[in-house]
Design a protein around this ligand. Structure first.
Ligand code: MSK
Length: 666
């Protein structure tokens, strides 16, 4: 008992800020005004956040270079990044083996997170189709048909139920297939697939790929960095073209394919006089049911009886991005704002499911008397209350969260301070909507996009995605890099926390076209679209892959994804999922640049493989820079290199010919 008390005392010490210590400057930590305001308040209140911890604790330099190995108890071993080939591990493993194995395990963990998410969605879909889950239904039968057709399932004269069951059985192979190619390989451009077949990296089911990846990186198994790299490419592809793609497509079928919707982002979405509930995480089921609960007349009445004007529901991180895209639900902030929002004192309950949930939320929530509820059996947090979310009776969980949030509202003691900042924007672009927006209902096509790339109005396409990270100025790298890209006529597609960074900076509105170069601005003004298109959550990077395939198939820009004038970036990444995403972009043929830090040792064969060798094999390649302008210009240089290879490096204006002109031609 005395021991328990000691532990509790220690815990309190680490969550309460030592005001005597030199603190970081919130103005230097973020460009998000709302987050800054809350960080200043956290310092006044003596509450510690990830910003304090990042300031206090330097990243481990050996780990940052990926120069350590703890795969067995003969070690852990560490090598010298300054002299990478001067030493080997106790077993004889070289620096290249160290790095390749570490990188591979990051890919495996990231891929596992996305594919497990996708598999959960598929489980829900199966139970809906069988009639066992009644709270959800197939909301988008048109998408159901088109996904089924894309992988060769017969749809004519068949019921929705029949198509759906076939689709379930087929997509289950995305996870369980022991040999042969997974279903969505049918969507990959032929030449890209040919390259993968030649390299032996066409993915089987993700369970097999991830299992093999973990086996190969066990002590004493695969000790050739090139062979390990082939398997981590295959594992990453089983995520992007497998697990993540299933998550996106099934979520669209069940909950609706996003179409553009105007919505607000930022902490000003909280309302002092209402019961505020935040949903944070990744799987849309919890949030979809929470939406039902907060609109339940009995619960709304109960909130009013407690003195509130009603119940206010907001999203954060990728759960938030899903609901922002599908329903226009306000989004309160990205990953590095999840602790700061609790400092408002206005959050009555935060319900979380999986991924990117900081353990530190529990102590910050406790400081302000807010509830933090975990809901998923895979994610419990010490100090948070767990209310299990069960899809067969989903409202039981969400109703309980609402009831407790109402009780907290009634007994709020924390002083409330909500930053009065909201930013409107247009969200909810899908690859289907991009096709419709550019081509129209009767001639939906990617050709107008390709035509504008060929004629040079649009220089190229960039996918800017990923997290935020306290090791760099929050939101700043995303925003500056994207501004530089659009200024240079690069159309930007976004997902995840990056999309929210740009939405807060006002770039997800058609008006932002004024910041774009003349060519891109002309296209945006003609179509009425923003120069930055938000495609949803981090699993929705699969939408970018599908769009890239559609661009190849529309013609005129080469035969494989590697031929496209396109680039990818995660300027403030932090998670293993980001590494898996980066690797499936690279393996798909995309030049991909990361910021913050990159887990390799310089001047090693492994780094060279990632940064050049993969491109030589017909894939894309990795790159790294910290400065946002340098990152943007590296991407632009790659786009220009591809334009030149395609012979479209000189802008070609489309000439409208009169009959006289035509006669002259003849
Ligand atoms: S939530 S993985 S911080 S994008 Fe998808 Fe944001 Fe990165 Fe998590």
């Amino acid at each position: 008992m005395a021991e328990d008390k000691k532990v509790e005392k220690k815990k309190a010490a680490v969550t309460k800020l030592d005001k005597a210590k030199k603190a970081y400057d919130p103005k230097e930590a973020t460009i998000c005004e709302a987050t800054r305001q809350m960080l200043e308040k956290s310092q006044r209140d003596g509450v510690e956040t990830a910003y304090d911890r990042a300031f206090d604790m330097k990243a481990c330099p050996i780990g940052a270079d990926s120069a350590c190995c703890k795969h067995c108890s003969m070690g852990p071993c560490r090598l010298n990044a300054k002299d990478p080939y001067g030493k080997v591990g106790v077993c004889g493993a070289t620096i290249d083996t160290f790095q390749a194995r570490n990188f591979a395990r990051m890919v495996a963990a990231g891929a596992a997170a996305h594919t497990d998410h996708g598999m959960s969605m598929l489980d829900v879909f199966r139970e809906v189709v069988k009639g066992e889950i009644k709270d959800y239904k197939i909301k988008d039968p048109v998408k159901l048909e088109s996904v089924a057709q894309s992988i060769g399932i017969e749809t004519e004269d068949r019921t929705v139920g029949e198509i759906a069951m076939d689709l379930y059985e087929e997509l289950e192979r995305t996870y369980t297939q022991v040999e042969g190619e997974i279903p969505f390989m049918k969507r990959v451009p032929e030449k890209t697939l040919e390259t993968w077949r030649k390299l032996g990296i066409v993915p089987r089911g993700s369970m097999r790929e991830i299992m093999e990846m973990m086996h190969r990186t066990h002590m004493g198994v695969d000790q050739h960095y090139e062979n390990i790299a082939r398997q981590f490419s295959r594992t990453a592809l089983s995520d992007g073209w497998g697990g993540s793609m299933v998550a996106t497509e099934i979520s669209d079928i069940l909950f609706g394919t996003p179409t553009p919707v105007q919505a607000d982002v930022n902490m000003g979405c909280l309302k002092e006089d209402m019961v505020n509930i935040i949903v944070h995480g990744h799987e849309p089921n919890l949030f979809e049911t929470m939406l039902v609960s907060v609109n339940d007349p009995a619960l709304v009445e109960s909130a009013k009886e407690a003195g509130a004007k009603g119940i206010n529901l907001c999203g954060m991180c990728c759960s938030g991005a899903e609901m922002l895209s599908r329903h226009g639900i306000p989004h309160a902030g990205n990953f590095m704002s999840t602790e700061p929002i609790l400092i408002t004192g206005a959050v009555d309950a935060m319900a979380v499911d999986v991924q990117c949930i900081k353990q530190g939320l529990a102590s910050v929530a406790k400081c302000y008397g807010s509830y933090l509820f975990t809901t998923n059996p895979r994610c419990h947090i010490e100090g948070a209350e767990h209310i299990e979310f069960v899809e067969h009776d989903p409202k039981a969980c969400t109703d309980e969260v609402v009831v407790k949030a109402i009780a907290r509202f009634k007994n709020r003691t924390a002083k409330v301070e909500i930053p009065n900042i909201k930013n409107a924007g247009i969200h909810g672009f899908s690859h289907e909507y991009i096709e419709y927006m550019l081509g129209g209902t009767f001639r939906a096509s990617y050709w107008p996009l390709n035509d504008n790339i060929i004629n040079g109005r649009i220089r190229g396409i960039a996918g800017v995605v990923g997290c935020t990270n306290p090791r760099v100025k929050h939101d700043w790298v995303h925003v500056e890099m994207v501004k530089e890209l659009i200024k240079n006529d690069v159309l930007v597609l976004q997902t995840g926390c990056s999309q929210i960074s740009l939405a807060k900076a006002g770039l997800l509105t058609p008006d932002a076209a004024y910041m774009a170069g003349d060519g891109l601005a002309e296209v945006c003004e003609t179509v009425g679209m923003p120069p930055v298109l938000g495609l949803g959550s981090c699993v929705d990077n699969s939408r970018i892959l599908i769009a890239a395939s559609a661009v190849v198939k529309a013609g005129g820009l080469g035969e494989s994804i590697a031929d496209l004038p396109a680039a990818g970036a995660a300027p403030e990444w932090m998670s293993e999922k980001a590494i898996s995403i980066g690797q499936y972009f690279v393996a798909s043929g995309v030049y991909t640049i990361f910021g913050v830090t990159f887990p390799v040792t310089d001047q090693t064969k492994f780094k060279n493989l990632l940064f050049q060798g993969m491109e030589d094999q017909g894939l894309g390649k990795w790159d790294f820079a910290v400065d946002p302008y340098e990152m943007a210009h590296k991407m632009i240089a790659h786009i220009d290199k591809k334009r030149s290879a395609l012979g479209i490096d000189k802008a070609r204006e489309r000439v409208l010919m009169s009959m006289d002109d035509r006669r002259t031609l003849e």
